[in-house]
Design a protein around this ligand. Structure first.
Ligand code: MEV
Length: 426
């Protein structure tokens, strides 16, 4: 669904739930009517996993302001942590001031691994695989089902030899399959299990494991964007100060794994929230993202930040993202379907690119705050808001009570109750 609507929605967070739903409704194709009571039915849950005793809800929100390759997106996010969605929207606004994100991605190629042991003659085994590659690829496609029908299928076979391991010399075969709009775990696992006897026959070895790799480095998404220095000025900090401090924060994460872990956790705050909202496997995405961040031998940052020739800030991310828009929970979960409708993405690659942009935005939000006023500032405001609501304040009164608690540096439930009482008695 191509849309001309702008995701630059001012003060979305201040609107009532009903007002927000009315805005989102406009982004949906006709026939989908909000609100959708998003839960899985008891029966759906029971059919998804084993030993079900109930269901578990999380907040479903929408981040605003995303402009990606010239197109506006609203971003569905499922997350329990306060501040993430607001911070993400705010960062997207800053990128928007620099023209938005530019993204790209690899073809959706997954890797399946076959572990081969006790190979009697490694050179002959490698030769046999090379000579029979086309036949093996056709064999893999014979169990490819709908993925092959949609234009995907086996693309290549690669071999890797590990000498002198504790279990002797080991041959590892990689089967590369383009899984199109599916995440592809089932397709890959089916194909490597199917190929295993053929590999044993060709190599004379013994196959042990046959399973996909979550280091999906053939299936990466990239996002990049610029933020004008002027958009970063805040309080006592000039734009140039903030650009420098953010570049310094980025280098900290590039060189120090202790910082990289936290920096990348912030990136994944954004990425996971969209991956979960769209019904995708966030453990798979986490595993791939962190393994890729360690690809040079040491664990490092998932993002890069630098000052460009015009003294503005630039950031970029490249990350493996194995996500789908068909199959699995994306099909079953009503809220995953809604999330995909809100996004309006047409392919798994487009979804991966949007997710990469969200990761970069989330990272900017975190390191901008850390490099200036500190992270607690925003958190305390959110905390104060929650206390004001818990004290019973109406939506109109909340901002006043929040501001007063912040000004007094006295953010407690008791104080929220006192302030509410004072206002009610006025
Ligand atoms: C908190 O969930 C995420 C941060 O710690 C990320 C970071 O430090 O960059 C704020």
């Amino acid at each position: 669904m191509e849309t001309k609507k702008s995701s630059r929605i001012s003060q979305f967070y201040k609107k009532t739930l009903e007002e927000r739903l009315a805005i989102i409704q406009d982004w949906l194709p006709s026939g989908i009517d909000l609100p959708i009571d998003g839960g899985l039915t008891q029966e759906q849950a029971n059919n998804m996993i084993e030993n079900v005793i109930g269901r578990y809800n999380l907040p479903f929100a929408v981040a605003t302001n995303f402009l990606i390759n010239g197109r506006d997106y609203l971003i569905p996010m499922v997350i329990e942590e306060p501040s993430v969605v607001a911070a993400c929207s705010n960062a997207a606004k800053m990128f928007r001031e620099g023209g938005g994100f530019t993204t790209s991605s690899d073809e959706p190629v997954m890797i399946g691994q076959i572990q081969v042991l006790d190979v009697p003659d490694m050179a002959a085994a490698l030769q046999a695989i090379e000579v029979n590659k086309a036949r093996l690829l056709t064999e893999a496609d014979s169990v490819g089902g709908s993925i092959v029908k949609r234009g995907g299928g086996a693309r290549d076979i690669q071999t890797r030899v590990f000498e002198n391991t504790p279990i002797g010399t080991m041959l590892v075969i990689h089967l590369l399959i383009d899984t199109r709009d599916a995440m592809g775990a089932n397709a890959i696992n089916t194909a490597v299990e199917h190929l295993a006897p053929h590999i044993e026959a060709l190599t004379g070895g013994r196959v042990n494991l046959r399973i996909l790799s979550n280091l999906t480095d053939q299936r990466k998404a990239r996002a990049e964007g610029m933020i004008p220095a002027s958009s970063l000025a805040r309080g006592d900090f000039s734009g140039a100060d903030v650009v420098r401090a953010i570049v310094e924060a980025g280098v900290f994460a590039e060189v120090d794994p202790y910082r990289a872990a936290t920096h990348n956790k912030g990136v994944m705050n954004g990425i996971d929230a969209v991956v979960i909202a769209t019904g995708n496997d966030w453990r798979a995405v986490e595993a791939g993202a962190h393994a890729y961040a360690a690809r040079h031998g040491g664990y490092s940052s998932m993002t890069r930040w630098w000052q460009d020739d015009d003294d503005n800030l630039r950031g970029a991310i490249e990350i493996p993202l194995s996500v789908g828009i068909v199959g699995g929970a994306t099909r079953v979960h009503p809220m995953a379907q809604l999330a995909l409708q809100i996004l309006g993405v047409q392919s798994a690659q487009e979804l991966a690119e949007v997710i990469a942009a969200v990761g970069l935005a989330q990272n900017l939000a975190a390191i901008r705050a850390l490099a200036t006023e500190g992270i607690q500032h925003g958190h305390m405001r959110m905390h104060a808001r929650q206390l004001a609501l818990a004290a019973g304040a109406s939506v109109e009164l909340v901002p006043h009570i929040v501001q007063q608690m912040i000004d007094e540096n006295n953010i407690r439930l008791e104080r929220a109750k006192e302030l509410l009482k004072e206002r009610m008695n006025k």
